[in-house]
Design a protein around this ligand. Structure first.
Ligand code: NAP
Length: 283
């Protein structure tokens, strides 16, 4: 058996067409473009690539992007001052601070300073809390993208066993809540989980977000499972997932490739959140 590929690139392209249409009609209605502000502190090369990709995605969809590049010596107060100014700036609908911040900057204080109405990354406690409560909110982008990818398989999550490996605030926890909201029976595993294989072999849907190259092997997967690989592990210039793709594709029914699975959807969901935030502003 060979699993069907869940094509994140193709889904992302479809979504970006819709986003471009929404951005155009917003501009017609209001006389201005939807705007996304991105703050990057320092010169971390990976972060520079992520920011460049976000700016490029904005250009493709007709969203205005405003990049703010602060030197690595900036203080927490410097970043807070900029965040506060952008919170008040009417041309800015979405605001994100690229992580990781340099170690001397208080990340928690900075993230809590972003207005929840502009928090297009969905990292603010208000948005995380609203996700928990099942309220309308700006939800974290990677988990939202994962849910859209699962939806393309047509698999009904109601009553299914969903297992998430990883419990980070940006992927594992929010995706577990989203799966729960679709009535899956959810198990969250982490580095202290015992008998991991026993648990994962019972998963109808397996989401893997741990950051360890090819950690999940074929024998850990239930035959016919839907496997979502969030991992992005670079090794000698090549990108690897957290799942051993060659083995997993022989057991799973559907699987996301790395690259070309979850990755492209993350920025797309960021743009979708920016459109949503712009429309909050119009209410
Ligand atoms: P993270 O904050 O480092 O969290 C990793 C999680 O994996 C932790 O909860 C950790 O458990 C768990 N873990 C580590 N080793 C484990 C093991 N041996 N068995 C079971 N669980 C284990 O990572 P993250 O930010 O969620 O990211 C995870 C991966 O996804 C990374 O490769 C990252 O690059 C990738 N990612 C991709 C995208 C995308 O757009 N494609 C977006 C975000 C992240 P403890 O909590 O017990 O330490």
């Amino acid at each position: 058996m060979s699993a069907m590929l869940i094509d994140g690139k193709a889904l992302s392209a479809r979504f970006r067409e819709e986003i471009a249409t929404d951005a155009q009609s917003f501009e017609k209605r209001t006389g201005r473009k939807i705007g996304l502000a991105v703050i990057l502190v320092g010169e971390d090369p990976a972060s520079q690539v992520y920011v460049r990709n976000k700016v490029k995605a904005c250009e493709q969809t007709g969203v205005a992007s405003y990049g703010y590049y602060l030197p690595k010596e900036s203080t927490t107060e410097d970043v807070l001052e900029l965040v506060n100014a952008l919170n008040e700036d009417e041309k800015v609908d979405g605001l994100l601070v690229q992580l990781p911040l340099p170690k001397h900057i208080d990340e928690k204080r900075v993230l809590s300073a972003v207005s929840p109405l502009k928090d297009v990354d969905g990292f603010h406690a208000v948005n995380a809390g609203n996700l928990l409560l099942g309220n309308e909110c700006l939800s974290a982008c990677t988990p939202s993208g994962i849910m859209e990818l699962i939806a393309t398989t047509g698999v009904d999550l109601c009553g299914k066993n969903a297992v998430v490996i990883g419990r980070s605030n940006i992927v594992g926890k929010p995706v577990a809540l989203m799966l729960l909201s679709k009535n899956a029976t959810v198990t969250v595993c982490h580095s202290r989980t015992q008998n991991l294989k026993e648990i994962t072999r019972n998963a109808d849907v397996l989401v893997v977000a741990i950051g360890k190259k090819e950690f999940v092997t074929g024998d850990m997967i239930k035959p016919g499972a839907v496997v979502i690989d969030v991992g992005m592990n670079r090794d000698e210039g090549k990108l690897y997932g957290d799942v051993n793709f060659a083995e997993a594709k022989e057991v799973a029914s559907y699987i996301t490739p790395v690259p070309g699975g979850v990755g492209p959807m993350t920025i797309t969901m960021l743009l979708k959140n920016t459109v949503k935030a712009a429309n909050f502003g119009q209410k």
